[in-house]
Write a new protein. Sequence first.
Length: 134
Amino acid sequence: MRTIVVDASAVLAFLFDEPGAEQLEALLHQAAEADKPLLITAANWTEVLCHMQRKRGEEGVTSAKSFLRTIPVEIAELDSPLAEAAAELQFQHGFGLARAFAVALAKSRKAELVTADAALKPLEKLIKISWISD
């Protein structure tokens, strides 16, 4: 199985059972079978937790943490090289911080980025992107 990075939009689609949830569920099953976890940056995980807090309060945060413990997703730590790459992407494209980290991680790991974030469309020439949708 190829290396896959997921961003907050993909995880949130799954947690809220939105369009694309089935696609992420299928990827999670593949990752479990291959014993190769999907990756998410610590910045994107922060974004997931904040969104869950905003929408569902402490119960939402607890639900997200439980989700993370039971599925094959690994949180990629933020280090200096990744921060520098994210800063460059943020400067060049005007992206938010978490978005820039997701792209930087996918690029550094030569991974596919799974997302529902249409703002990343211009980067299809830079990294492989798979779009989750209906």
